[in-house]
Ligand binder design. Structure first.
Ligand SMILES: NC(=O)c1ccc[n+]([C@@H]2O[C@H](COP(=O)([O-])OP(=O)(O)OC[C@H]3O[C@@H](n4cnc5c(N)ncnc54)[C@H](O)[C@@H]3O)[C@@H](O)[C@H]2O)c1
Length: 250
């Protein structure tokens, strides 16, 4: 029986590279993207399934899961990867753009987890990897709203790690640095002129694949040019001075 993966933002960049990598390893892929033409083209190349949908709507994730079940009967790996840059100026605020960025980068991940869990469980468990960013761990002053959304999904992954692991679903994230995709096309020349190395999508795809199989739930893999992916470690926070621990709330 083949492993089945669902990948959002699969028509371009990191998502397409993940689909190609998994497919080369015999995984059946369900490709979800707003760019239906791009998703269809890649699905033909990989003999996969595709769906043109906007992940900021809950229906998109539900339809994608229905497609995976109808076409392949199961789901094992989920890559919640669709994302857009922020470019929201807090002084000259564009509310529609703000809602859009939050809708894709945060709601898309929440809806993706919610919609895929039942089929992952019916398939005996599996793994979810979210594409966060280095901007999910560090302050990227060039794009504060993007930074907020990428931190938010890291928080979600960390908080869900234990409860999902108890159901045999591992959740983790990759946090890549600047990667050579259409998302950073406008800034590409600036990076090249500054001699700053960009990641290539194949390196990020390899990190995503290893994140699917990371032993520790909630692993956040930092991906940087020329380095092996490395799990991020938080310093922890001080508790009350008396050393008490909070009661469990589950
Ligand atoms: N490129 C980078 O430097 C970089 C670095 C760190 C993290 N990331 C993250 O990686 C992920 C993939 O980005 P990329 O660099 O491959 O960019 P990309 O623009 O090449 O690919 C993103 C894909 O997502 C799709 N998409 C956008 N909005 C969507 C929506 N609402 N519903 C469905 N599909 C949608 C686009 O059509 C596109 O095919 C994003 O979450 C991005 O934030 C990128």
């Amino acid at each position: 029986m083949s492993t089945v993966a669902l990948i959002t933002g699969a028509a371009s960049g990191i998502g397409a590279a993940v689909a190609r990598r998994l497919s080369a390893g015999g995984v059946k892929c369900v490709l979800v993207d707003m760019d239906g033409e791009g998703a269809e083209r890649l699905a033909k190349e990989l003999d996969g399934a595709w769906l043109a949908a906007d992940v900021s709507t809950e229906e998109a994730s539900l339809e994608a899961v229905a497609l995976a079940e109808q076409r392949y009967g199961r789901l094992d790996l989920v890559h919640l990867n669709a994302g857009i840059s922020g470019r929201v100026d807090l002084a000259d605020f564009d509310l529609a753009r703000y809602r859009k960025v939050v809708g894709v980068n945060m709601d898309g991940v929440v809806f993706g987890v919610r919609a895929t869990m039942p089929l992952l469980l019916r398939s005996g468990g599996g793994a979810i990897v979210v594409t966060s960013s280095l901007a999910g761990l560090a302050a990227f002053s060039g794009d504060p709203i993007y930074t907020m959304t990428k931190h938010a999904v890291v928080g979600l992954v960390r908080a869900l790690a234990e409860p999902l692991a108890a159901q045999n679903v591992r959740i983790g994230a990759v946090c890549p640095g600047f990667t050579d995709t259409p998302l950073v096309a406008d800034a590409r020349e600036m990076f090249v002129n500054a001699g700053f190395p960009l990641l290539n999508v194949e390196d990020v795809a390899a990190a995503v694949e290893s994140a699917f199989y990371a032993e520790t739930p909630g692993t956040l893999l930092i991906v940087q040019p020329g380095r092996q992916p490395v799990p991020y470690r938080y310093a922890g926070v001080p508790g009350p001075a008396g050393g008490q621990r909070p009661p469990r709330q589950d």
